[in-house]
Write a protein that binds this ligand. Structure first.
Ligand code: FAD
Length: 388
């Protein structure tokens, strides 16, 4: 490749990498993206993303939201625990906000970000698998391979957004690593009742089940053991709907159709940000979360936005200095630790059927309903993160 020096190179053209590239290009940087997949849009991904109101604001500022993204508002979240007392409802009107968040198909969000990156004329290289990042002064070198053979690219700042793949996964860089031994089965179901923009988070002994309003269907995220996931994926639609009804109940109506079932392994991983100058980690490369509270992409989007914010106040020649990376690390610390602790606690607390814990949870949920300030604070954290 040419000896051109980019202001920034993003490793990984997933949703967070694309968002960071767009935000940095809007801040006036010359940006390149290196994406391992030959087709950046990837294979169909049946995941849906619950995006917070704050994420909508960021996407709006990046000019993505106005693209007519199919987004279903969430006005209410109903939280309950199967077989135990206690439940709570979180309402947008309590904050007050027009919506608590929005549900979008992963492929729609990613597709809109790729389109926006293309419109910005960002130098996007599909089919470029990065093998190593060599921090250097005054520029760093990113090397890898594409269809034409070995390649390298030079940049003042390297942004690793590889989703937690090999570059950011080295064991020495892990602060926290936990395999939940669980899998998320995801897909779409139709109910005989309108969802009225209500999302459900139902905790069961085997793990949480989330139903999110998505168009005229519900997107579901059913957390269970890998063995159970294989069973659920192997059932025909009618048998699957029957199992879902047995686990979830009929609070959201009677399930009458299912499609696009697939599964994802669940892990928690928190990676140490590089200490030197010139390289930062974003999104799942920096932290991979249990999807129980729908925080992963929301957090990655805030990573991308905060990085661009730091860059906006930095002269291009200073992009490689330790001051930039250290400012970014400091700025993101509380938010990412807060999200990791929050999602891990919720995932652990509600997947344990030990009786005193179950009673505590019931009391907690019931109390939350009678303590509006506490509830508002919980919602504020879920929507805006811990640092704001
Ligand atoms: C079941 C499930 C439900 C979820 N629900 C929600 C939700 O409701 N709300 C929410 O906010 N989040 C949710 N998440 C989390 C969210 O999906 C992730 O946080 C988000 O997709 C991470 O995006 P990313 O761009 O960091 O990583 P990725 O999407 O993994 O993208 C990484 C990219 O880097 C590329 N890459 C990897 N290695 C290399 C290399 N060596 N060279 C070049 N390119 C490379 C990959 O090909 C890929 O395109 C959920 C996750 C799961 C599993």
């Amino acid at each position: 490749m040419s000896a051109r020096i980019h202001d920034a190179v993003v490793v990984g053209g997933g949703p967070v990498g694309c968002a960071a590239a767009i935000a940095m290009a809007d801040a006036g940087l010359d940006v390149a993206v290196l994406e391992a997949n030959a087709d950046a849009r990837r294979a169909p991904d049946s995941r849906t993303l619950a995006l917070s109101w704050n994420s909508r604001l960021i996407l709006q500022r990046l000019g993505i939201w106005s693209d007519g993204l199919p987004a279903t508002p969430i006005n209410t979240i109903h939280v309950s625990h199967r077989g135990h007392f206690g439940r709570t409802r979180l309402n947008a009107a309590d904050l007050p906000l027009p919506a608590l968040g929005y549900v979008l198909r992963f492929t729609d969000v990613h597709g809109a970000l790729l389109k926006a990156a293309h419109r910005r004329r960002i130098d996007f290289h599909s089919g470029f698998k990065v093998g190593a990042v060599q921090p250097g002064s005054p520029v760093s070198e990113v090397s890898g391979v594409n269809a034409e053979g070995d390649q390298s690219v030079l940049a003042r700042l390297v942004v690793v957004a590889d989703g937690g793949a090999s570059l950011s996964r080295s064991p020495t860089k892990r602060i926290r690593d936990h395999d939940y031994g669980q899998v998320a089965v995801v897909g779409l179901v139709k109910s005989d009742r309108l969802h009225r923009n209500c999302a459900y988070e139902r905790f069961t002994a085997a793990g949480p089940i989330a139903l999110l309003p998505c168009g005229d269907e519900f997107a579901f995220v059913w957390t269970c053991t890998p063995e159970r996931a294989n069973e659920l994926l192997g059932l025909d639609d009618a048998a699957f709907l029957n199992e879902l009804r047995r686990a979830f109940g009929d609070r959201a109506g009677r399930f009458i159709g299912a499609r696009l079932r697939s599964s994802f392994p669940l892990i928690l991983r928190l990676i140490r940000q590089p200490q030197g100058a010139g390289v930062v980690l974003l999104g799942n490369a920096s932290q991979t979360l249990h999807p129980v509270a729908g925080q992963g992409f929301n957090l990655g989007l805030r990573d991308a936005w905060d990085l661009a914010d730091v860059i906006r106040s930095t002269p291009v020649d200073a992009l490689r200095t330790a001051a930039v990376t250290s400012q970014f690390r400091t700025r993101r610390r509380t938010d990412r630790l807060g999200a990791v602790t929050f999602t891990h606690s919720v995932a652990k607390l509600f997947s344990n059927d030990f009786v005193p814990l179950a009673i505590g949870r019931g009391i907690g949920l019931a109390m939350l309903d009678t303590l509006p300030p506490l509830k508002r604070e919980l919602m504020r954290r879920m929507i805006f993160g811990t640092a704001s």
